[in-house]
Design a protein around this ligand. Structure first.
Ligand code: KG4
Ligand code: ZN
Length: 342
């Protein structure tokens, strides 16, 4: 790191990961610390907002200390503080936003509020280590399924999104139906590896339509009916065996088919030659493989970050560096905003 290079602290508390990262203006990541709360929420089968907010309060300062320690810098070396202020759970977001505002005020440095969903795409730029724009951005997480036209590193336009459940939410709900536990994505992926993806023909919403929207709630209901019969409400989870594996594999295949086809349509619509994918669902190996095949056929580059940058983290707030270079700072009355303003 050159002596003159500016240093930044990024904070993330939008959902159930308490995270802090230090990065340079290059941007280069010097530390990326994440304290996961998965074990706190597992017994509830989902993230409990109040539990998440309280855990952020307890963990954020130690996590910041650790991020600074790993980067071998002190608070007084920082040129600005960045924070994901939207979207997310209000109580959770407030912890990060309040900490960032306090630090910026106390240190006399600019505050930079960053959109968490945009950050998931910017994580691809970080992973690539070079400019990847313009590109199509696909964000697939527990809370979001969105496609963006990313014209530059800071200029993202929404192309479409889910009308109901997010892809990760569908994985989590189907995992609960199949008795596979929380978080559902990795459990469904493991189960799907044992099954036949063509055993059930589950619905693929809007697949053949030229629109860049998603809907996963009908798919989840189709799995419910396949398991418990028409109009089932709360069937008992199936025992381990071929039927459970086939349900998981066929469900996963339906999600993958839709995500891949809509990404392909977005590449055609924009004419871009790069697809950047972020969010926890991007960890799914079946999805990665199918996206890679599609991108190769479409003559496009596929950028998917390593897991540490795919799931929620604070390094992806490095998008703030681009804003800092333009002098585009946030004011100290920046507020946490739970719903997405695109
Ligand atoms: O981005 P993320 O860590 O948190 C946010 O929602 O912002 O994404 C978490 C989601 C969960 O719904 C989880 O089930 C899903 O990503 N997920 C997966 C896999 N790993 C995590 N979904 C499918 N396959 C996976 N291997
Ligand atoms: Zn996220």
């Amino acid at each position: 790191m050159s002596q003159s290079e500016a240093l930044f602290l990024g904070l993330e508390t939008s959902c159930d990961e308490t995270a802090a990262a230090v990065f340079t203006e290059e941007p280069r990541i010097l530390s990326n610390v994440v304290a996961s709360q998965t074990e706190l929420h597992a017994r509830f089968g989902g993230v409990v907002p109040e539990v998440a907010a309280r855990a952020h309060l307890q963990r954020l300062l130690p996590v910041i200390d650790e991020a600074l320690r790993q980067a071998s810098v002190s608070l007084h070396d920082l040129s600005a503080v960045a924070v994901h202020y939207t979207p997310g759970l209000i109580g959770a977001l407030l912890v990060g936003v309040t900490a960032a505002k306090t630090l910026a005020l106390a240190l006399g440095v600019p505050l930079l509020g960053v959109n968490h969903v945009h950050g998931h795409i910017y994580a691809c730029r970080l992973a690539a280590g070079r400019d990847i724009f313009p590109c199509v951005g696909l964000v697939v997480s527990g809370g979001h399924t969105l496609l963006f036209d990313c014209r530059s590193s800071v200029d993202y336009h929404l192309l479409g999104g889910t009308l109901d459940d997010a892809a990760g939410e569908a994985f989590d709900k189907v995992a609960a139906l199949l008795g596979l536990g929380f978080p559902g994505g990795p459990a469904v992926e493991r189960e799907a590896a044992l099954g036949d993806p063509h055993a059930y023909q589950f619905p693929r919403s809007f697949l053949k339509e030229l629109r860049l929207d998603f809907s996963f709630s009908g798919l989840k209901t189709a799995v419910l009916y396949a398991l418990g019969g028409q109009n089932a409400t709360r069937p008992a989870p199936p025992p381990p065996g071929p039927e459970r594996a086939n349900l998981a594999a066929s469900f996963q295949q339906a999600v993958v088919d839709v995500l891949v086809e809509k990404s392909r349509q977005a590449l055609v619509k924009t004419g871009y030659r790069c697809l950047a994918v972020g969010g926890g669902v991007a960890a799914n190996r079946a999805l990665r493989a199918a996206l890679a095949t599609m991108a190769q056929r479409a003559g496009a580059e596929l950028v998917i970050p390593p897991m540490s940058l795919c799931t929620d983290n604070a390094a992806m707030a490095a998008m703030a560096v681009e804003r800092w270079k333009r002098g585009d700072y946030s004011s100290l009355d920046l507020d946490a905003q739970p719903t997405l303003s695109l």
